[in-house]
Design a protein around this ligand. Structure first.
Ligand code: SAM
Length: 268
């Protein structure tokens, strides 16, 4: 028997009009809609005037059985792109293992829309999802954020925002830009931009859904690119900035994690 297809359908992250024509068609044509929370998805289906049988996608086995029987299923999460920070990820992995055909139906995603409006570099970024709650894992993640040279994207719930911002304050220097994107595509949509201290001041008692975009650590980036130079080029780089020989040696040694005397030996 021919297996069915699992369509991964992106739905709005706020404004109900943010859904593609193809997503609507897929929902209309599917045999069944697998939802993260069927009551939540019912509101969207009513808005689109679609009436379809639904199933909770937490019932993996039933879902897979139906796909094996040849039914086409549209998988939706509560908001945005399924599989990004929601349990849809597990269903998708399981279906791939079983050789079920997966088709993406693209649309809204909170991380991409916050990133493009952040004013922070979009070329390279690291998406961290929600920060871990476990103390040890969280500390490790914060250390990674301190050193990360790419733009960082974090999801956060409003009741944990204050704690997260204070934790970030411990590892971020004042020259790193931060954008707090709130309630994207909804009535109270706003983008708060500044350094971490400014964000903390402006974010008091903020409600709603939040994404944090953090500029990468440029010092690490500079260090990395300097370390790709030869030691002579590295020396010249600081010489051109007008630094004294002593300061240059100190800086080169620090950047390259070398002993000052070893650097000195190369230049006498
Ligand atoms: N699958 C979703 C997506 O495509 O972005 C994300 C699901 S995750 C369970 C929910 C988190 O996404 C929220 O805590 C918030 O960080 C972010 N989020 C979702 N909708 C948002 C919105 N309208 N504005 C800002 N952040 C949003």
């Amino acid at each position: 028997m021919k297996k069915g297809t699992l369509y991964i359908v992106a739905t709005p992250i706020g404004n109900l009009d943010d859904i593609t024509v193809r997503a609507i068609k897929t929902l209309q044509e599917a045999d069944l809609i697998a939802a993260e929370d069927t009551r939540h998805t019912l509101k969207l289906l009513n808005h689109l005037e679609i009436s379809k049988p639904m199933i909770s996608y937490h019932r993996h086995n039933v879902l897979i059985e139906k796909l094996q029987e040849g039914q086409n299923i549209a998988l939706v999460s509560d908001a945005g792109t399924p599989g990004i920070c929601d349990p849809g990820e597990e269903v998708i992995k399981k279906c791939i293992e079983l050789g079920i055909n997966i088709v993406p139906i693209p649309g809204a995603c909170a991380m991409i829309n916050s990133l493009i409006c952040s004013g922070i570099d979009t070329k390279e970024f690291t998406f961290l999802g929600f920060l871990p709650l476990n103390k040890k894992l969280r500390k490790k993640k914060l250390e990674e954020i301190e050193k990360e040279n790419k733009t960082i994207i974090i999801y956060e719930a409003p009741h944990k925002l204050e704690t997260t911002l204070k934790d970030l304050q411990k590892v971020l220097t004042q020259d790193r830009k931060v954008t707090l994107a709130r309630e994207i595509t909804k009535i109270h949509e706003e983008f708060i931009r500044g350094n971490i201290d400014e964000i903390i001041q402006k974010a008091e008692n903020l409600k709603g859904e939040i994404v944090l975009i953090i500029e990468g650590n440029k010092e690490v980036e500079e260090e990395n690119s300097l370390n790709n130079l030869t030691i002579e080029e590295h020396y010249k780089f600081y010489e051109e900035q007008g630094l004294s020989k002593k300061d240059i040696i100190k800086k080169v040694a620090k950047d390259r994690n070398m002993n000052k005397n070893d650097v000195y030996q190369q230049f006498i």
